[in-house]
Design a binder for this molecule. Structure first.
Ligand SMILES: [Zn+2]
Length: 65
């Protein structure tokens, strides 16, 4: 058993699990993507937040488990 497997959050672009220490963007539909996966052609809505995932996770109720 590996606690990583309980993280349900995946990047919308690469579909990899998002780890607590990775940097992410959150858009207005609450889509999460890695900042490394973001590029200008990425079809995201307005980005409303960004930062280390463990910080973002603390700020939004829908990310709490
Ligand atoms: Zn990604």
């Amino acid at each position: 058993m590996n606690t990583i497997s309980f993280y349900p959050f995946r990047c919308h672009i690469c579909h990899e699990r998002i780890k607590y220490k990775e940097f992410v963007y959150l858009d207005s539909l609450n889509t999460l993507i890695h900042q490394n996966c973001y590029h200008s052609e990425t079809n995201m809505l307005e980005i409303k937040d960004g930062g280390m995932f463990k910080i973002i996770k603390r700020k939004y109720d829908f990310l709490k488990k």
